[in-house]
Design a protein around this ligand. Structure first.
Ligand SMILES: CC(C)(COP(=O)(O)OP(=O)(O)OC[C@H]1O[C@@H](n2cnc3c(N)ncnc32)[C@H](O)[C@@H]1OP(=O)(O)O)[C@@H](O)C(=O)NCCC(=O)NCCS
Length: 185
């Protein structure tokens, strides 16, 4: 595979902040304010010392393109996942590769039985993306997130270890087929 995740370090900080402050990331995040250098450094310093947090950079063909952040609840063997691609206009299927690498990494490296996420109702790309990865909708928080006088629903997704084991070979085939298609133009 020409894509994987690696641990983020202090050298990645400015790149992560640049991504985090982009419009397409901010509007789909639960904190939508502009992140200053100082706030960002504090966030990463705390995260780095916290054994419940993992911050990973998604690499495709040697280029860093996005991020996956896991908050692990060791007691209940579950992890909350947040992620984004730092750029727009990337080839179709790039997000699926990030998702594949992230699920594979999490179930291989963390002692968890479940990964769960929260998605804003208007984030159609992410809703579709979760379905493609094999996540199941557990429910939603109704009118849960307020932006400029409008309350939006928040969808709750999860995937269990068994679900991922069932899904991953097929997903890898889809990813590889996509690679071939783009090579053939
Ligand atoms: C969510 C995200 C990772 C998806 O990445 P991506 O590169 O578009 O994903 P893919 O190209 O692999 O597409 C995955 C599926 O979503 C669909 N999709 C992508 N963009 C879409 C859109 N704007 N509307 C509807 N469906 C969309 C694709 O068609 C594909 O399904 P298909 O294979 O059945 O056609 C990316 O859009 C992103 O980082 N967004 C900004 C941050 C964000 O939303 N983070 C998640 C917060 S919960």
């Amino acid at each position: 595979m020409n894509f994987y995740l690696r641990q983020a370090g202090f050298d990645d900080l400015e790149l992560i902040r640049e991504w985090r402050n982009k419009e397409h990331v901010r509007k789909n995040s639960f904190n939508q304010h502009y992140v200053t250098k100082e706030e960002h450094k504090d966030w990463f310093s705390k995260l780095n010392k916290d054994n419940t947090k993992q911050c990973l950079i998604f690499i495709l063909e040697d280029v860093p393109l996005g991020i996956s952040i896991f908050s692990i609840n060791h007691k209940h063997q579950r992890a909350n996942w947040s992620f984004y691609l730092g750029e727009t206009g990337l080839p179709k299927g790039t997000g699926t590769k990030l998702g594949f690498a992230s699920m594979d990494y999490a179930f291989d490296n963390f002692k968890v039985q479940k990964i769960h996420t929260e998605v804003l109702s208007y984030n159609l790309a992410s809703l579709k993306f979760h379905d493609k990865l094999g996540f199941v909708l557990e429910g939603k928080h109704k009118k849960h997130f307020l932006i400029e006088s409008v309350f939006y629903d928040v969808y709750l997704f999860s995937i269990f270890r068994e679900g991922w084991e069932e899904k991953k070979d097929n997903l890898l085939m889809i990813i590889e087929k996509g690679n071939n298609t783009s090579l053939q133009g």
